[in-house]
Design a protein around this ligand. Structure first.
Ligand code: 1GP
Length: 270
């Protein structure tokens, strides 16, 4: 849901030195109404942004209906908060951002998109091909593009395979530095270090610390983060945003989800 103040890009890049949390919702994994409930619980528990995407072959109708349901859920709660003397309407105004597997997974109901170059792909399709197909639609939709360098690190999971990524290994801090400089020189605002959804271990904190030394980039880290301790390690290494997705899908119910997300969000800046 759009805020009244500033652009989505300024919201994402002005973290004021704190680390914030993103809940990733894969539209393929639940009905739109369930996605909406999960997103709203996540925001109440401390998430500051919702990503919608993940799977590589979800049809755009499913992506769209999921974005619509999440936006409606957030708007309803914002309205309810505006009617209550103790309510905080602004807390519900978090951006709903597409995190696409390709140019098929787009929706005009999103506020923005991580417009990504999978920088360590060996396939032109993920460097610029999908982007060429998607750009005219995004232009028509009026969805803000957040220029993002995307780096897939070991173990990489499905995105590493599908994206033909030349995986960054835990010892590749020097190479990550070169990629981060390249991202900055291209004018990207965000750099996303990805271990792959469901990874058995997150991105090595040394890689995060290396990317952090490049000025002008907002660092997003995701893949394999399930515990507050793992999130804290990434935050201390320099992540501006922590993404979790599988954690939401694995929660037994909404209460469990709220506990898991608030556990991560409360430790991030302590
Ligand atoms: C995947 O980084 C995200 O693109 C989230 O990963 O599902 O492992 O939390 P998880």
């Amino acid at each position: 849901m759009r805020r009244d103040d500033g652009t989505i890009l300024s919201y994402v890049t002005n973290t004021n030195g704190s680390t914030r949390h993103i809940t990733l919702i894969d539209p393929d994994k639940q009905a739109p109404e369930v996605a909406s409930d999960r997103a709203c619980v996540a925001v109440e528990a401390g998430s500051s942004m919702i990503f919608v995407g993940g799977s590589t072959d979800t049809p755009d109708e499913i992506v769209h209906s999921t974005c619509v349901a999440i936006q409606e859920g957030l708007e309803l709660r914002a309205f309810a908060a505006s009617q209550s003397p103790d309510g905080d309407e602004n807390m519900w105004k978090v951006p709903v951002v597409l995190f696409p597997g390709g140019s098929h997974a787009l929706s005009p109901a999103a506020d923005a998109i991580t417009f990504m170059m999978l920088m360590n792909s060996t396939d032109r399709r993920f460097l610029v091909g999908e982007q060429l197909r998607g750009a005219p639609y995004l232009d028509k939709f009026g969805v803000d593009a957040l220029p993002t360098g995307y780096l897939v690190c070991h173990p990489g999971g499905k995105v590493g395979e599908v994206g033909s990524a030349d995986l960054l290994m835990p010892s590749d801090a020097g190479l990550v530095k070169a990629y981060s400089l390249t991202a900055a020189m291209y004018g990207f605002s965000l750099l996303y270090l990805e271990a792959g959804s469901g990874a058995d271990h997150p991105v090595n904190p040394e890689l995060i610390a290396s990317a952090r030394t490049t000025e002008g980039l907002t660092i997003i880290v995701g893949g394999g983060i399930r515990t507050p301790k793992q999130a804290k390690l990434a935050a201390d290494a320099g992540a501006d945003w922590i993404v979790t997705g599988t954690l939401t899908e694995d929660a037994t119910d909404l209460e469990d989800l709220a506990n898991k997300i608030s556990g991560i969000c409360s430790i991030l800046n302590n």
